[in-house]
Design a binder for this molecule. Structure first.
Ligand SMILES: [Fe+2]
Length: 385
């Protein structure tokens, strides 16, 4: 069986990675369209970016209307802003996964026309503007993926849109931009990255190159996520998390996600729980379901994260991995649905729709163990036990 492997054209990592990218960014042109959010644009961390562009005599227009996870309406506003502010040479996204996903969607629309919904189920073939992604959270890995997730506000679904051209040309993964992440954002993002790595490692589509990155990411996240939760300004630990998120992003770019993400998107669309947090809520139950589909793979994850060692057989190491996940979620303060404020009756009323939406997304089918709509319903139910 053959595989393909894709990632950004060039990746910059480590403290001051932005400076390292200077010659490459200088070559992109003289006018940049920056996609970001209203909070991050006012943080101290945005100044190095504008100083950097000023030093290169690059003009920029800042579109900072990505409030939370992106919707079709935000994308339309971004397209309008792009079209009414002259011509641009390239795009920069600055922020978490939402501005990065939004940059991709805006690029797709200004390059191909139409509305974002038109591209559901199709491959986006062309993006006219080079893209540089600067993540300010360590989580989504969007800086390394060909995906963008946009909520369709009419149908209440999160649309997963894809195209090779959506992979940013440049990923600038510099921990100096992640130090202001709050604990709740750090946890949600870090556990999103954890799911990317662990899901891709236990996907039917797993491949040798991503397996290496997945194990590395799982190992880093187990060690460093609890540290950055407690000490957000620990730049060395932030760097480890930023690299882990990048590794995990490269994994899903080539392998795709599985059951957890498939089940998480409907929860996010209907109950507006941040993506990483709803993943984390699902994490133990989904893997408890899948574990007997591939003890050899889950055992490797258990050993990589330090929950198990070589003296454990595969079944024991797999079970220790799941215990390790429960420990990690507890250590990071992941709430239950009830603790988050969701009413059980509201949730149960939409379980059938969510289960069908999850299956329709195609992600559960990538799970190494066969997974039916009834299995998905059963896992949703177990979140309340
Ligand atoms: Fe994710």
């Amino acid at each position: 069986m053959g595989y393909s492997f894709a990632m950004p054209k060039k990746v910059f990592t480590g403290y001051n990675a932005l400076e390292r990218a200077r010659p490459d960014i200088a070559r992109l042109g003289k006018r940049a369209f920056i996609v970001t959010g209203p909070t991050v644009v006012n943080l101290e961390i945005f100044t190095p970016v504008t100083d950097f562009l000023d030093s290169l005599s690059i003009e920029y227009k800042v579109f900072s209307e990505i409030c939370g996870e992106p919707t079709d309406k935000m994308i339309e506003a971004g397209v309008e802003c792009f079209k009414t502010n002259g011509s641009f040479d390239f795009m920069i996204a600055f922020g978490g996964g939402s501005p990065i996903d939004s940059m991709k969607a805006i690029n797709a629309i200004v390059s191909n026309g139409g509305k974002i919904f038109d591209y559901l189920g199709k491959t986006i073939e062309k993006c006219n503007y080079p893209m540089a992604a600067i993540p300010t959270t360590a989580g989504t890995g969007s800086e390394a993926t060909k995906f963008t997730v946009i909520t369709d506000t009419e149908r209440n679904i999160k649309m997963l849109l894809a195209g090779d051209c959506l992979v940013p040309d440049y990923a600038l993964v510099d921990p100096q931009f992640t130090v202001t992440s709050t604990k709740s954002i750090t946890v949600a993002a870090g556990l999103d990255a954890f799911c990317h790595a662990a899901e891709s490692f236990t996907s039917k589509k797993a491949q040798p190159l991503t397996d290496v990155l997945a194990l590395s990411a799982v190992s880093r996240i187990f060690k460093y996520l609890p540290i950055v939760c407690k000490t957000g300004r620990d730049i060395a630990a932030r760097n480890q998390m930023a690299i882990a998120a990048l590794e995990a992003g490269i994994c899903i770019n080539n392998v795709s996600v599985t059951l957890i993400h498939g089940m998480s998107r409907p929860i996010g669309a209907l109950f507006h729980i941040p993506h990483g947090l709803s993943n984390a809520m699902l994490l133990p139950e989904c893997f408890r379901f899948a574990v007997d589909g591939a003890y050899n793979k889950f055992a490797q994850l258990g050993r990589a994260c330090g929950a198990a060692d070589l003296t454990d057989d595969d079944v024991t190491a797999s079970n220790k991995f799941i215990e390790g996940i429960e420990w990690l979620c507890k250590e990071c303060g992941v709430p239950t649905l009830s603790e988050y404020g969701i009413k059980r009756t509201d949730f149960m009323a939409v379980v059938d729709k969510m289960a069908q939406d999850a299956i329709n997304s195609g992600s559960p089918a990538n799970t190494i163990k066969e997974c039916t709509v009834d299995n998905v319903k059963s896992i949703y139910n177990k979140l309340w036990q």
